[in-house]
Design a binder for this molecule. Structure first.
Ligand code: UDP
Ligand code: MG
Length: 309
């Protein structure tokens, strides 16, 4: 059995060597054949030269070098597409997911005869309050809106077997929400609980902008419910409109003399319904934008160099 370790790296010069060292230690303990697949996602720092150095003395180190930064999900996709293992582990470069947990995952994999062993964060050290709260709510809202159920507090850190890898390689969608897609595949998936650590060095490569994009990809690719927003808001406004019309009618009959009701409620209506219309057009726009991306059918990533493949 060959184990592939898939590690996306974006500006990780401060951590790659330590990650390499820790992964090597763990791989030695598994006693398996293995390959360490590093994807350099267009880093602008020394990440690539450092990886190249490692790959010269160690042929188990394989590199996919992207032509520019394509994003975390594309980097993981490239790793899954190119790995040769019977099993693969997806793990971040920053050591937040401790490599030692791979041993637990392997053990659970063997004991449970599972196809996927996904990491569930028991605790998360060194993350901002904002990130913790938004992540917590995002996963719960996604579950409410989607037809598929996803495990909560779970990232991409997981072990997958060849069946899952092959199925994954058959997927054509470009905007991938990988953790969701793997849950969606079914087969036997079991959790592995672990403590998520603080980043070893450097800072997060997921600023708010990328987090929002990621959340939107997850939501749009697994739920059509936001599209129904327009219908429900429409129903609501018709009801409110009817009730209001009735109130005006009655007032007009009882107090015909004092009847210049007006400016405030008119402005309120214009703002309110203008807002609802823009909001629902925006939701439509998001879905259409996604369709547009898929229709163009551009590759998800471009690899400029492959090393040791
Ligand atoms: N990453 C990447 N491309 C990007 C952003 C991030 O390959 O555009 C990698 C990054 O190097 C790390 C992993 O994805 O190995 C997770 O990123 P990070 O640790 O910054 O995210 P966080 O843990 O803060 O959510
Ligand atoms: Mg991280």
């Amino acid at each position: 059995m060959v184990l592939s370790v898939i590690t996306p790296c974006y500006n990780e010069e401060l951590v790659v060597e330590e990650t390499y060292r820790r992964l090597k230690e763990v791989m030695a303990k598994t006693g398996m054949n293995y390959e360490l697949v590093f994807i350099n996602d267009g880093s602008r720092d020394n990440t690539y030269p450092l990886l190249l150095q490692l790959s010269e003395s160690d042929k188990t180190v394989k590199i996919l070098n992207f032509s520019r930064n394509f994003g975390h999900q594309c980097a993981v996709t490239a790793g899954i597409n190119h790995c040769t293992g019977d099993l693969a582990v997806i793990i971040d470069a920053d050591l937040q997911d401790p490599p030692e947990v791979i041993l637990d995952m392997l053990e659970i994999y063997r004991r449970e005869q599972a196809n996927v062993v996904y990491g569930v964060r028991k605790s998360r050290e060194g993350e901002s309050w904002f990130k913790l709260t938004t992540a917590k709510w995002f996963y719960r809202i996604l579950n409410k809106l989607s037809d598929v159920q996803f495990p909560v507090d779970t990232g991409d850190f997981r072990l997958i077997d060849r069946k899952i890898i092959d199925e994954f390689n058959r997927l054509h969608e470009k905007n991938k929400y990988i953790r969701g897609l793997i849950s969606w595949m079914g087969y036997k998936q079991v959790p592995c609980y672990y403590e998520r650590k603080e980043r070893f060095a450097g800072e997060t490569k997921y600023p708010l902008r990328k987090m929002l994009k990621f959340a939107s990809t997850g939501l749009l690719s697994f739920s059509k419910k936001p599209l129904k927003l327009a219908i429900w808001l429409g129903v609501l406004s018709v009801l409110v409109g009817l009730i209001y019309a009735l109130v005006i009618l009655i007032l007009k009959i009882i107090h015909p003399e004092s009847f210049v009701l007006g400016w405030t409620s008119t402005i309120f209506m214009i703002i309110f319904f203008g807002g609802i219309q823009l909001l629902t057009i925006g939701v439509l726009g998001e879905y259409i934008g996604n369709l547009f991306d898929e229709a163009k059918d551009r590759p998800e990533y471009i690899i400029s160099e492959k090393v040791n493949f």
